[in-house]
Design a protein around this ligand. Structure first.
Ligand code: S3P
Length: 172
C-alpha cells in the first residue's frame, strides 16, 4: 500500500501536482478540501463563514485521520493548514505514507495568490498591500510543521511536468 501526501502553503500547487502525478503513476487522487466539502455539503468558504475556523480544523483533522488509516493506495493533497493543527503533523510519517512538502518562496506564493484570492477564506480579509507580510509571518509559523514531511521539494520556476518527474525520482 502506497499513500503519497502533498503538503504546502496555499498556492504551492498541491492539487495541480497531485492530479498530474496521479495520471503519471495511474493512482487515485484525492483532495482533502474537496472531500470535506463533499462530506459536509458546503464549500470551505461557507464552513469558515458559518461554523468558524475551529469547527473546520476539527472536521479536517477527523477526515485526515480517516485518510491516514484508509486501507488503500492514493495520492492526497492536503489543505495548506492541515499539518499545522491537532497534531496532524505527527501522522505525516505514519506507516505506508510518503509525505512531500512543496516548498514555494514568498514571491511565488504572492504572485499566485494575488491572481486567485477569493477561494481562500484566510486571505479574503488581507489587503493586497499586506499580503507579503502576512505570508512571510504565516509561513514562518508553519514552517516547522511543513518540514516534518519526508521530503521537501522547491517548486519555484518549475513546470508541473518537471515536478512530477522530481517526485517520482524522490520516492523511488
Ligand atoms: C487553508 C488552506 C486551504 C483550505 C482552507 C485553509 C490554510 O487549502 O484548507 O482555506 O489554512 O492554509 P489550500 O491550501 O488547498 O488552498
Amino acid at each position: 500500500m502506497t499513500k503519497i501526501f502533498l503538503i504546502g502553503y496555499m498556492g504551492s500547487g498541491k492539487s495541480t501536482i497531485a492530479k498530474a502525478l496521479g495520471k503519471k503513476l495511474g493512482m487515485q487522487v484525492y483532495d482533502l478540501d474537496q472531500l470535506l466539502e463533499q462530506k459536509l455539503q458546503k464549500s470551505v468558504a461557507e464552513i469558515f463563514q458559518e461554523q468558524g475556523e475551529i469547527y473546520f480544523r476539527r472536521q479536517e483533522a477527523l477526515l485526515f485521520r480517516e485518510m491516514v488509516t484508509a486501507p488503500q493506495s492514493f495520492i492526497l493533497s492536503l489543505g495548506g493548514g492541515t499539518p499545522c493543527y491537532a497534531n496532524n503533523h505527527e501522522l505525516l510519517k505514519a506507516q505506508g505514507i510518503t509525505s512531500i512538502y512543496l516548498k514555494a518562496s514568498v514571491a511565488t506564493l504572492i504572485e499566485r495568490l494575488k491572481a486567485d484570492p477569493c477561494q481562500r477564506p484566510l486571505l479574503t480579509l488581507v489587503a493586497e498591500a499586506d499580503l507579503s507580510e502576512y505570508i512571510n509571518k504565516h509561513l514562518f509559523d508553519r514552517s516547522y510543521y511543513y518540514h516534518q514531511a519526508h521530503y521537501s521539494l522547491v517548486v519555484d520556476h518549475k513546470s508541473v511536468e518537471t515536478l512530477v518527474e522530481e517526485i517520482i525520482t524522490l520516492i523511488n
